[in-house]
Design a binder for this molecule. Structure first.
Ligand SMILES: [Zn+2]
Length: 105
């Protein structure tokens, strides 16, 4: 037989404990951070990993898509013209992304 005093110390169902912990976590995060700002948590544009890959790509003569990381094809080359550098345009066949690079010589 369970007495009323013992009932107070019985463990709550796991889901209720989880719900309570989750609501406490959300309240704590809301109190700390104010409003959620995704731009602080997600990187925009190419980052260090992408640059690292570009340096490697220059070594093996291949250019990789910054979006999906597959090898890109050279679409066109605009030759160096006076003060303007050579411009190489690459296209990703997977996602259609187009990237141009100035080639300094
Ligand atoms: Zn792509």
């Amino acid at each position: 037989m369970i007495r009323a005093a013992d009932k107070m110390f019985l463990p709550a169902p796991a889901s209720r404990i989880w719900d309570h912990a989750w609501s406490l976590w959300r309240a704590l995060m809301a109190a700390i951070s104010g409003r959620y700002r995704p731009e602080l948590h997600y990187m925009r544009g190419p980052g260090p990993k992408w640059r690292e890959k570009q340096i490697r790509a220059e070594d093996d003569g291949q250019t990789y898509c910054p979006s999906c990381n597959v090898a890109m094809v050279l679409e066109r080359v605009a030759p160096k013209l006076g003060p303007l550098p050579e411009l190489r345009t690459y296209k990703c066949l997977k996602c259609g992304n187009v990237v141009s690079y100035e080639i300094e010589r």
